[in-house]
Design a protein around this ligand. Structure first.
Ligand SMILES: NC(=O)c1ccc[n+]([C@@H]2O[C@H](COP(=O)([O-])OP(=O)(O)OC[C@H]3O[C@@H](n4cnc5c(N)ncnc54)[C@H](O)[C@@H]3O)[C@@H](O)[C@H]2O)c1
Ligand SMILES: O=C(O)C[C@H](O)C(=O)O
Length: 356
């Protein structure tokens, strides 16, 4: 049977789209969008992932494509985003997915976004500290934040790239320079520390981790990661041995994964889970849901340091309330002193990177 004229035209259009071409990805996405009725106009939030083809980026893209609050998902990377986008876009969930490849497409990736999640940058190998990543990741974060300041200055930013204790101050300085800085909208992602703390505490107590809530404050590296085991919910008590074990394991959870991966990177799957959990909390806050509380590394007056991780309440304008640390025991007060000393240096390093 001969195809009808209309069917022939449709097939020709689809073949043209599938033909290998030198077109940049966004142009080929435009071709596809021009031929389809779906334009991503459904109600919902617009979210971009920068570094979407990476170890965290890919599973995070998968999880965000499954989030019913998202109507448009932009996947940006300097490599491999066409493949990841094609793959994720076949999932039969609501969000319309678009891919963007390389610096010339950064602005299109960012324009109109409500939430930007940044896992771009190199991960650790065994023997490295997070601070060893500064040299490369500082520049990456600076460039991406300059794009955000230009194209979506009102977006909430979830910053994952390490060292978080320095990259958040870098982002703040970039936004200050551009005149777009709103401290409520810049959030360093420390959720993985809470996720780990909940898991390890639940193991010790022999309970379900979903029933445990451990506040983790300070920052996101070694001794700056300060679990407040005296404030675990539901209330419980630990022996001195358990406190030493838990504190050490929570502070070195990242290194545990780096060593187990033996050169193949750092935490990606648990991090994608944690990032998706935090992003979902931010989106529910943006939607106006009440009582959304998460830990985050943020501009803060909880201590004398300009940035500090603690519990924050997320709302329509970002982190609308920052909660005080609450009563600390002697063990935690000593830990806080050590955390603040290291944090002060990392924060200063980030600030002066942009100011210089
Ligand atoms: N905050 C946390 O709790 C946490 C947890 C785990 C990892 N991390 C950090 O997240 C970062 C990414 O880790 P990963 O395992 O996904 O690394 P990865 O190397 O697998 O992926 C990083 C991705 O970033 C991309 N990229 C590099 N430069 C870019 C740029 N200028 N613009 C856009 N994309 C760019 C790379 O192409 C790559 O696809 C690392 O810095 C890591 O230390 C943070
Ligand atoms: O440990 C790392 O380098 C990655 C991340 O910060 C983590 O905590 O897993």
């Amino acid at each position: 049977m001969q195809p009808t004229a209309e069917a022939s035209q449709r097939i020709a259009r689809i073949s043209a789209h599938l033909r290998p071409s030198n077109l940049q990805m966004e142009e080929s996405s435009n071709l596809r969008r021009a031929n389809c009725r779906a334009k991503g106009g459904a109600p919902g939030f617009k979210v971009a992932i920068l570094g979407a083809a990476g170890g965290i980026g890919q599973p995070l893209a998968l999880l965000m494509k499954m989030n019913p609050l998202i109507s448009v998902l932009h996947l940006y990377d300097v490599v491999n985003s066409p493949g990841v986008t094609a793959d994720i876009s076949h999932m039969d969930t609501g969000a319309v997915v678009r891919g963007f490849l390389g610096q010339p497409q950064l602005e299109n990736a960012l324009t109109g976004m409500d939430l930007v999640i940044i896992p771009a940058g190199i991960p650790r190998k065994p023997g490295m500290t997070r601070d060893d990543l500064f040299k490369i990741n500082a520049g990456i974060v600076k460039t991406l934040c300059e794009g955000i300041a230009k194209c979506c200055p009102n977006a909430i930013v979830n910053l994952i790239s390490n060292p978080v204790n320095s990259t958040v101050p870098i982002a703040a300085e970039v936004f200050k320079k551009a005149g777009t800085y709103d401290p409520k909208r810049l959030l360093g992602v420390t959720t993985l520390d809470v996720v780990r703390a909940n898991t390890f505490v639940a193991e010790v107590l022999g309970v379900d981790p979903r029933d445990v809530d451990v506040p983790v404050v300070g920052g996101h590296a070694g001794v700056t990661i300060l679990p407040l085991l005296s404030q675990v919910k539901p209330p419980c008590s630990f022996t001195k041995e358990e406190i030493d074990y838990l504190t050490d394991r929570i502070q070195n959870g990242g290194t545990e994964v780096v060593e187990a991966k033996a050169g193949a990177g750092s935490a990606t799957l648990s991090m994608a889970y944690a990032a998706a959990k935090f992003a979902d909390a931010c989106l529910r806050g943006l939607r106006g849901d009440a009582g959304i509380v998460e830990c985050s590394f943020i501009s803060s007056q909880v201590t004398e340091l300009p940035f500090f991780a603690s519990k924050v309440r997320l709302g329509r304008t970002g982190a609308e309330e920052i909660f005080p640390l609450g009563p600390l025991n002697e063990y935690e007060r000593i830990g806080l002193g050590k955390a603040k000393k290291e944090l002060a240096e990392s924060i200063e390093k980030g600030i002066s990177f942009v100011k210089k």
